[in-house]
Design a protein around this ligand. Structure first.
Ligand code: S3P
Length: 451
């Protein structure tokens, strides 16, 4: 076993208060971009080489699903991934159900793909994915002409028979969700007319950027009421092009918060994705007083990236504006950890979508923080954390949620008593090697003796 994967399959990890974090952290590739590179690479004509692909469980589930749909995907000796695209009409019906494990992005984007092809596929997932809402995806796809059956309540397993001639959609989504938007756009690639998706705020736009990178015609506009509109020309042709995956800002979030809250820390995270629709946490932490320096900003593979230097800082609570939620939706769990040691209150509003992530992240964070001695209040759409001393000395169940697991391991770094997290294997979905990387830079995350 190499050093990077020593602790990554451990179910139980304990995080201890530590000295400072120092050094350079290379975070793994962006999960959202990795999924999209496998999917769009498979739908393009020609060979796509992907470097920096996240080799986490979620992305590997998408790779396996694309293989089952007829795409050849291999990891080369250099660590790059090669995808032999079959074009927009070349997929085949898989022989077995497509099991996307824990991955909401994988299952939802692939539903869009299948809906726009004359093939049939059944989608399944783990315990967490099987209770997450799918009607928000299957309803618009059914309107585009796909035949869809699901378990009661629109839950997995879902079976989709797609069509070679999907109807172009004009879909207005109630929530800002890149997964909904991307599913409709992916089905729209084969539609005869123009597909339009409108969302209340802009969600991450990696699908739009990568579709353009592969040659599709996609535009993004802001409507007079502030809502965001994406327009895609149908009957697209995608041509293979290499993809460079930047470091995942959502993974760097844990490392950033860990350094901000641990005394005397000074760390650098190179080559992190800085797409403005993903950087809400950096803005928020800077407003809280976090010493975060962004340097060496550049464009690589069509995405903005930069190096991030983070030093221990005294943080003060703020009210995070609700319109920022889409740009940091996955970062609220770890923001609530930073808020636990900040002076005063941090108010997070407009966060109802957190309830339908891998777990109900408002409730699971609030309950766990309260157990660790932090003062938290919450309702369906908001959470308020009052900072202070963190007692710790608790055991928290990840509930199949990687971000819950990493958030509480981060909290353990400053708690008076260690914090244990069970179900830590879920971290492998997005950040294999998290605990080892933290330890290499001065952290103290341990597995039970004998493991
Ligand atoms: C993602 C979109 C977001 C995010 C998820 C990744 C994506 O979900 O929470 O981790 O890659 O499209 P929603 O689209 O449900 O907001």
């Amino acid at each position: 076993m190499d050093a990077m994967s020593k602790l990554s399959r451990n179910e139980v990890l304990t995080s201890h208060r530590q000295a400072s974090l120092q050094g350079t952290f290379n975070v793994p590739g962006d999960k959202s971009i990795s999924h999209r590179s496998l999917i769009l690479g498979g739908l393009a004509v020609g060979i796509t080489n992907v470097s920096g692909l996240l080799e986490g469980d979620d992305v590997m589930a998408t790779a396996n699903a694309m293989r089952a749909l007829g795409v050849e995907i291999t990891r080369t000796d250099t660590g790059a991934w090669q995808i032999i695209g079959v074009g927009l009409h070349g997929l085949v019906s898989p022989e077995q159900p497509l099991d996307l494990g824990n991955s909401g992005t994988g299952v939802r984007l692939l539903m869009g793909v299948v809906a726009g092809q004359p093939i049939t596929a059944t989608f399944t997932g783990d315990e967490s994915l099987s209770v997450r809402p799918m009607a928000r995806i299957t309803d618009p796809l059914a309107k585009m002409g796909a035949k869809i059956t699901s378990r009661e309540g629109g839950l997995l397993p879902v079976t989709i028979t797609g069509t070679a001639t999907p109807l172009a959609a004009d879909h207005s989504s109630k929530v800002a969700s890149a997964q909904i938007k991307s599913a409709v756009l992916l089905a729209g690639l084969n539609a005869r007319g123009t597909t339009i998706v409108t969302e209340p705020h802009a969600s991450r736009d990696h699908s739009e950027s990568m579709m353009r990178h592969f040659g599709a015609s996609v535009s993004q506009d802001i409507n007079a009421d502030g809502s965001h509109r994406v327009t895609l020309a149908g009957e697209a042709e995608l041509v293979a092009k290499d993809v460079l995956v930047p470091g995942d800002p959502s993974s760097s979030a844990f490392v950033m918060v860990a350094a901000l809250i641990s005394a005397d820390s000074d760390i650098t995270i190179p080559a992190v994705g800085m797409n403005p629709l993903r950087t809400g946490l950096i803005t928020t932490l800077q407003e809280m007083g976090g010493n975060i320096e962004i340097s060496n900003e550049r464009i690589e593979g069509g995405e903005k990236i930069a190096d991030i230097r983070v030093r221990h800082s005294k943080l003060t609570g703020i009210a995070v504006p609700p319109e920022r939620a889409a740009s940091m939706i996955d970062e609220y769990p770890v923001l609530s950890v930073a808020a636990s040691v900040a002076t005063g209150q941090t108010v997070m509003q407009g966060v109802a979508e957190l309830r339908v992530k891998e777990t109900d992240r408002i409730k699971v964070m609030a309950d766990g923080l309260a157990m660790a001695g932090v003062t938290v209040t919450y309702d369906d759409n908001s959470m308020t954390v009052t900072g202070g001393a963190v007692k710790g000395g608790v055991s928290i169940a990840s509930q199949h949620d990687h971000r819950i697991a990493m958030s509480f391991l981060t909290l353990g770094m400053v708690a008076e008593e260690p914090i244990t997290v069970t179900g830590c294997e879920t971290i492998n979905t997005s950040f294999p090697g998290f605990a080892d990387l933290i330890n290499e830079c001065g952290g103290a995350i341990t597995a039970p003796e004998g493991e």
